[in-house]
Structure formats: C-alpha cells, structure tokens
Design a protein around this ligand. Structure first.
Ligand SMILES: [Zn+2]
Ligand SMILES: [Zn+2]
Length: 144
C-alpha cells in the first residue's frame, strides 16, 4: 500500500485533504479544490477516489445522519468537537481513559470493535457570532 502506487488523481485528492489542515471537507469541497490541479476530473471520479482512499486506509470517513460524508486525513488518534452552528469538526487531542477493556470484560458476549466519542458545542467563531447562545448542559453530561 505504498504512496508510489497512487495515481496522479488519487494523489491530488489526498493532498488537498491533507492540506486542508483541521478542516474536514466533504466531497463537494474536495472536488472544487482538486479541479484547480486536475481540471478535467469529474465528480464521479472524486467520489470513487475517496472510496478507494478510505478502503486503503489513507482517509477516515466521518459520517453523520443526514449530512454528506466528511473526510479525515489526520490518522493520529484524536477526538472531535462538532460545532452545532457551522457543523465543522474541530480536532481535540486529549487522551481518553481506556474504557474498552473494562467494558469488554463486563460484556464478553459483545464484540466491541471501536469506540466513537464526539464532543459537541460551539467553535470560537460561532461563539462570537452568537454570544448568548451557549448551553450549560455540559456539566450534566456523564463524564466519559
Ligand atoms: Zn462554528
Ligand atoms: Zn479531525
């Protein structure tokens, strides 16, 4: 699975996502950016390329019901905060306690494959735009 085997189109798709730093773009955004480098690429090709890059482990898909799939090129384990106004994901690098082994021990009949934790709230820009719109429910959320 070496980078050498990536075609020009696949490399361009991967690069625009990697250079989006902190942004977690959807296919439409990727398409617009990739066309600046590969003008004749089609949206279908971008979708297929994204699928292949996910399959081969270069990208992680971020899915939310009712929304376009977003793509993550930063594969260092990190968490996300989803801003409920602009719907952008913000990277949170903070260790989580290892609950999985405890839960596995408690529920041996379940095969737990992965844990998905997502913080939700407001990003700095949206806090500025909506200064009075801050929920104080976080304190009641059970601690993870
Ligand atoms: Zn925001
Ligand atoms: Zn991220």
């Amino acid at each position: 699975m070496g980078m050498k085997r990536l075609t020009k189109q696949r490399r361009a798709v991967l690069e625009v996502i990697r250079q989006a730093k902190g942004h977690h773009p959807d296919a439409a955004w990727v398409y617009a950016e990739v066309r600046k480098r590969v003008p004749h690429i089609s949206l279908g090709t971008v979708y297929r390329t994204l699928d292949v890059l996910v399959e081969e482990g270069y990208l992680l898909p971020l899915s939310r019901p009712g929304e376009a799939l977003r793509y993550e090129a930063n594969l260092d384990g990190h968490l996300h905060m989803l801003c409920r106004h602009c719907h952008e994901y913000f990277d949170i690098v903070h260790p989580l306690p290892d609950l999985v082994s405890e839960v596995r021990a408690k529920y041996p009949e379940l095969t737990i494959e992965r844990v998905q934790v997502e913080y939700q709230g407001l990003c700095p820009r949206c806090q500025e735009k909506h200064p009075r719109d801050t929920e104080s429910s976080v304190g009641q959320t059970p601690h993870i």
